[in-house]
Ligand binder design. Structure first.
Ligand code: ZN
Ligand code: ZN
Length: 120
C-alpha cells in the first residue's frame, strides 16, 4: 500500500494569504485618499502615458503606476512623486510577471489618440 500524500488539498494558508492581500489591495484602490491622489497624478500627467511620452509618443494612460512598489514602499503609496500614468503596454514592462508583455514595438511616428472616457 502506498501513502496517498499527493492527494492532499492545496495549502490553505497560501490561499488565505493571497485572498487577504487581494482584499487589502481592493480596499486601498477604493479608498478616498487613493482616488484623490490618483486624480492629481492623472491631471498632472495630462492623461498621457509618461513612458511613451519620454519616447516621444502620445498615448492615453490606462493605469496609475507606483514607481516604487506599494508592497516594498507602503509609505510612498500615496506620494504623487512616486506615481505616474502609464498605458497597459508600458505598465507590463514594469511588471513583467503580470501577463506577458508583447514584444512588438509600435512603429515610430504612430500616434494613438483615445477617447476621454476618464474625465470627470
Ligand atoms: Zn506607454
Ligand atoms: Zn504598476
Amino acid at each position: 500500500m502506498h501513502s496517498t500524500d499527493h492527494n492532499k488539498p492545496m495549502n490553505s494558508q497560501q490561499r488565505y494569504d493571497k485572498y487577504k492581500r487581494d482584499r487589502e489591495a481592493r480596499r486601498f484602490y477604493k479608498s478616498k485618499a487613493w482616488l484623490r491622489c490618483r486624480k492629481i497624478v492623472i491631471i498632472r500627467d495630462k492623461y498621457l502615458c509618461q513612458r511613451c511620452l519620454r519616447q516621444g509618443k502620445i498615448t492615453k494612460y490606462d493605469v496609475v503606476h507606483h514607481i516604487k512598489e506599494r508592497k516594498d514602499y507602503p509609505e510612498l503609496a500615496l506620494d504623487v512623486n512616486n506615481l505616474e500614468c502609464l498605458c497597459h503596454r508600458c505598465h507590463n514592462k514594469y511588471h513583467p510577471g503580470k501577463g506577458k508583455a508583447e514584444e512588438k514595438e509600435i512603429p515610430k511616428g504612430v500616434v494613438v489618440f483615445a477617447a476621454n472616457e476618464d474625465i470627470d
